[in-house]
Design a protein around this ligand. Structure first.
Ligand SMILES: Nc1ncnc2c1ncn2[C@@H]1O[C@H](COP(=O)(O)OP(=O)(O)OP(=O)(O)O)[C@@H](O)[C@H]1O
Ligand SMILES: O=c1[nH]cc([C@@H]2O[C@H](CO)[C@@H](O)[C@H]2O)c(=O)[nH]1
Length: 325
């Protein structure tokens, strides 16, 4: 049996492509005062959008692999050790002479991010050769999750491959500046998940009202996306599909420790619902349940997440009228 046949025989996986970072979070102990020193508490956590979605998905029981690059340094080793129990890391490469990506966020007393810095020069090392080398895995995935950490050329090639093969793909926009790396045509994209600022950047319009959220979603759909989700912090999210389904979902109020990673948990939950045959609305409710679980921990991925916890949270807040898979 050659390598190609072995890949096809293997159980298909959700392949997450993009960032794997070390997160450094500094939580203010009182309301932040700018231009002076603030008392704070520091925390190091596993991060990177693709890695976070992969870990959350793995914890939910989906067979998941990560296509990422990390530095051949102690931070990279720490990341591998803390990811390998949930995610197949065979495709994740160690790069000598480059530092593992870091994300440093300053959080206000309420757990909301005040400012964050992304030191991720390592992702510039990802080139078309890296894509070609991994093409058979991309073509044979059950589903692709693609974030916008890698260079535009690579992002473009992954989206094109999915368009040509019909492998479903979910794009996570990551940040407003990185949204600019996405191609003008998003044909072949099954899900696109963006926050308020990322949706503004992608749709090239300001979102100031309820109607503006739907206007932005419509512009994004016109680029060829099948389903778009725009998240909006405590107001939850709106979804809009090219089949004409649309709606707004508002989560319940829960005590918040740290918002970092709530979006990545939401994406993993949406993928879990979608791959289990749920509707767009119900997949989004599963996603919201996962983000509620993440908001209540200071870790970027809640180590207590599992299918049982998801089911309990989902039933408490959203069970009415849904047939859970
Ligand atoms: N304050 C909050 N209260 C309740 N839910 C929240 C809150 N903040 C975020 N969420 C949940 O997390 C989801 C994603 O949050 P948000 O819109 O802030 O995206 P994001 O900025 O990409 O998130 P992240 O901070 O994880 O990068 C929301 O759709 C919502 O379900
Ligand atoms: O440019 C980026 N900023 C932030 C992240 C990651 O987002 C996560 C929170 O949603 C966090 O873990 C950070 O590493 C990234 O991968 N790229």
């Amino acid at each position: 049996m050659n390598k190609q046949e072995a890949i096809i025989l293997e159980e298909k996986k959700v392949l997450c492509i993009g960032g794997a970072n070390v997160d450094r979070k500094i939580q203010a102990l009182k309301h932040l005062e700018y231009g002076t020193s603030n008392p704070a508490l520091s925390l190091k956590s596993r991060g990177g959008v693709a890695r976070n979605v992969a870990e959350n998905s793995g914890r939910l029981g989906l067979k998941t692999a990560l296509l990422a690059i990390i530095g051949a340094d102690s931070e990279g080793e720490w990341l591998l050790q803390n990811t390998k129990n949930f995610v197949d890391l065979n495709l994740t490469e160690l790069i000598h002479g480059k530092s593992t990506g870091t994300y440093t966020a300053v959080l206000d007393i309420d757990g909301k991010m005040a400012v964050a810095l992304a030191d991720m020069a390592i992702y510039d090392e990802v080139d078309e050769f890296f894509f070609e080398k991994n093409l058979s895995h991309i073509q044979n995935a059950k589903m692709i999750l693609l974030d916008t950490n890698f260079p535009a050329k690579v992002i473009n090639k992954v989206i094109n491959s999915c368009k040509n093969t019909g492998v479903p793909i979910c794009v996570a926009t990551v940040s407003a500046p990185k949204t600019a790396k996405l191609p003008a045509s998003l044909e072949g994209v099954t899900w696109l998940i963006a926050n308020h600022k990322e949706a503004e950047a992608l749709a090239k319009l300001e979102i100031n009202s309820e109607g503006d959220f739907y206007r932005a979603a419509e512009v994004i759909l016109k680029k060829g996306v099948e389903r778009v989700v725009i998240t909006r912090e405590e107001q939850g999210l709106i979804y809009f599909t090219n089949q004409g389904d649309a709606g707004a979902l508002v989560p319940p109020c829960v005590p918040i420790m740290d918002v970092t990673g709530a979006d990545d948990a939401l994406i993993a939950g949406i993928l879990f619902g979608y791959l289990n045959g749920l509707s767009t609305e119900d997949s989004c409710k599963i996603g919201l349940s996962c983000s509620l679980i993440t908001l209540q921990t200071s870790e970027t991925v809640n180590p207590d997440l599992n299918q049982q916890k998801l089911l309990e949270t989902f039933q408490i807040y959203f069970s009415k009228g849904i047939s859970y898979p």
